[in-house]
Design a protein around this ligand. Structure first.
Ligand code: HAS
Ligand code: CU
Length: 605
């Protein structure tokens, strides 16, 4: 390992930052100048994520027009193929490829050191690419009968839906890639720690490490589910599985995965939003508390996705609900800290008054505006999450369009819009080329906000009318949805309009990225600096950096929340039973559909 030629003083770990300068437009001090080898991997990860975004976005567009009955370019029988491709490409590939790039940036920048072995870094990236391709092949093969493969199992992929083995193998490789990525960052930190035994962990690295510990705990559930049950089942090695067990193991992972997407977005709000607001992070200690809370509480809540599942007793559901309500705390703390930092920035820029300071924020900057609008929408998405989390009120919204409304505000905006806005800063950093068009970028982020306002609001309302999710043709013969205000036609029109604006916004984003990538470097790129916090790490109790302690408590909480529910599920249904036929939805004849439906009814009943 060698020390990079140019270092970044402002991100130093020990200073409290009373005298820290804000970022300046020095040239030759962009990330690519400091870490050229790492910049190449991060570029590759970002471009992979954009390819996934483009593919997933196309399916989203087809889907929104299909289920609102505006234009149907595919047969309804392929709807699950489209829905699976939309979900997997966006929430698995787009988000995770992007975040591994951001995490690599965060660790190298804040530790001021190159990765220990760039070959290892390329290896985990390569595994993630291989995994994505393996999983994508059976998903896309679902569109044609010519290839005897499918994976129409949605991004939640639990039994009785069954995919081709290649899908599970691909997911496994992808997850192993992320595990190795985490190992890479831990190695960097340990090497740094040997040289700096008395320093506090720099905040960006602290955020990466806590997120990865959370991810290691969470992915245990999906690893067991795939390796012990789903993969052997799809290979024909075992005849049957216990659907409730695979669902529960999925949600063991399926809730924390949403924080695996959110925590990098939060990291960008903590590190970049204050900078672009013209100020400094309000509190480093609070940020550390938030990430520790996520580490502790993200996993023992997964059963809040299963309030309506039979076979899990109410008491366990109640515990999951209680934990979920505690889990609101880190987000509420984040709302406070990030908005306080923005206010500080606005006042530095001359803003005054109770709310007047809002006008002093740099609304013409797409990085700032994108992230601020993402935060604003997350306030709404967080509230619909609280409603989901209430055990009794969940019965009203579960499996309805409300839920896609919720997650298009959270992962679809808080995360996706933050990542896109962040890309306007990161891509110049890792290419050395200024953004092709700032005005188009600004239009893009605002268009996303407007499109999502239409779409998610109408989705929530449609859900309250009882309109189901995951349905190609959610209209029933002889059944009219009763709308309290407006009509279902109006809601569908809003969903389709919103989806179209989002597609337009996506095109603008991708074109801007494409032109930037192929541009010749002209003009200067801003220096890779983050202002130090107002209240720095020396104000944070040392125990916050005790990662072993938090890991141990995190594991104990998971054991407490999951041992009894899993034991009782296995006790009732058996480890590999009660079974029921596998259910691939497409490329099957009517007889199989009938058997599948009977299975589903059996499982639900
Ligand atoms: Fe969720 C279902 C509960 C957060 C994603 N969620 C889903 C699904 C997805 C998803 C994908 O309890 C569907 C899965 C499926 O296919 O079935 N969710 C919650 C709760 C939270 C929550 C309590 N979800 C997320 C996040 C996601 C995400 C984050 C992705 C990234 N969710 C549920 C439940 C279900 C569920 C049930 C199951 C529903 C069912 O029945 O199927 C909380 O974490 C939310 C806390 C958030 C807040 C908001 C704080 C506000 C902030 C904004 C600050 C403002 C700024 C801007 C910075 C309390 C931080 C200021 C700007 C200025 C201009 C001043
Ligand atoms: Cu959840």
């Amino acid at each position: 390992m060698s020390t990079p030629t140019k270092t970044n003083d402002e991100l130093g770990s020990g200073t409290t930052g009373e005298t820290a300068a804000l970022s300046s437009a020095e040239t030759g001090n962009a990330y690519i100048d400091q870490f050229p080898a790492e910049a190449a991997v991060i570029r590759a990860a970002f471009y992979s994520s954009f390819i996934a975004l483009a593919i997933g976005g196309i399916f989203g567009f087809i889907q929104t027009l299909h289920r609102t009955d505006i234009v149907q370019v595919v047969d309804s029988s392929t709807y699950y193929t489209i829905l699976t491709a939309h979900g997997v490409f966006l929430v698995i590939s787009f988000t995770i490829f992007f975040l591994v790039g951001v995490f690599t940036w965060a660790v190298t920048t804040s530790l001021e050191r190159e990765v220990e072995s760039i070959r290892f870094t390329w290896t985990w990236y390569g595994l993630m690419v291989l995994g994505t391709i393996f999983a994508a092949v059976p998903i896309l093969a679902g569109f044609t009968d010519a290839i005897d493969m499918s994976a129409d199992v949605l991004f939640t992929f639990y039994a009785p839906l069954q995919a081709h083995p290649l899908f599970y193998i691909g997911l496994t490789l992808f997850v192993i890639g992320t595990w190795l990525a985490g190992a890479d960052w831990f190695r960097s930190w340990l090497a740094w720690k040997r040289e700096n035994p008395d320093e506090r962990i720099p905040l960006p690295t602290f955020m990466v490490l806590t997120t990865m510990i959370m991810w290691y705990i969470a992915t245990l559930g999906v690893a067991v589910s795939i390796l012990v049950f789903l993969l052997p089942w799809s290979l024909g090695l075992i005849e049957t599985v216990n659907p409730t067990l695979t669902r529960t193991l999925f949600w063991f992972f399926g809730h924390p995965v949403v924080y695996f997407w959110l925590m990098p977005a939060y990291m960008m709000w903590y590190l970049l939003l204050p900078k672009f607001s013209g100020g400094r992070l309000f509190s480093d200690p609070l940020a550390r508390v938030v990430f520790v809370l996520f580490l502790l509480l993200s996993t023992p809540v997964g059963i809040h996705h299963q309030y309506l599942d039979p076979g899990i007793s109410e008491g366990f559901k109640f515990i999951a609900m209680t934990n979920t309500m505690f889990l609101l705390l880190p987000s509420l703390l984040t709302a406070f800290t990030v908005v306080a930092s923005m206010e500080h920035g606005a006042r530095q820029r001359g803003g005054t008054g109770y709310f007047g300071w809002l006008k002093a924020l740099p609304w013409k900057d797409p990085v700032f505006t994108g992230m601020a609008l993402a935060g604003l929408m997350f306030a709404a998405g967080g509230f619909s999450g609280m409603i989901n989390a209430g055990m009794n009120i969940n019965y009203l919204v579960h499996n309805s369009m409300w839920v896609p409304g919720h997650f298009h505000l959270t992962v679809g905006t808080a995360v996706a819009l933050t990542f896109m806005a962040g890309a306007y800063w990161f891509i110049p950093q890792v290419t050395g080329k200024p953004l092709a068009s700032k005005p188009i970028a600004l239009v893009q982020v605002v268009l996303w906000f407007i499109g999502m306002t239409f779409m998610s609001n109408a989705m929530h309302r449609a859900g309250l009318l009882g309109m189901p999710r995951r349905t190609a043709e959610p209209w029933y013969d002889g059944f009219a949805f009763e709308a309290a205000i407006g009509t279902v036609g109006e809601l569908n029109a809003q969903i389709a309009l919103g989806g179209t604006l989002l597609t337009l916004s996506l095109v603008l984003f991708l074109v801007n990225m494409l032109i930037t990538a192929f541009n010749r470097p002209t003009g200067t790129v801003e220096a890779n600096t983050i202002p130090t916090p107002l209240s720095g790490p020396s104000d944070a109790p040392k125990v916050l950096d005790n990662l072993k302690l938090w890991t141990a408590i995190g594991i104990v909480l998971v054991i407490l929340a999951y041992t009894l529910p899993l034991a009782s599920i296995v006790d009732r249904g058996g480890l590999f039973g009660p079974g029921g036929d596998a259910y691939p939805v497409t490329t099957v004849d009517l007889g199989t559909i009938q058997t599948g439906l009977e299975t589903l009814i059996m499982v639900v009943a």
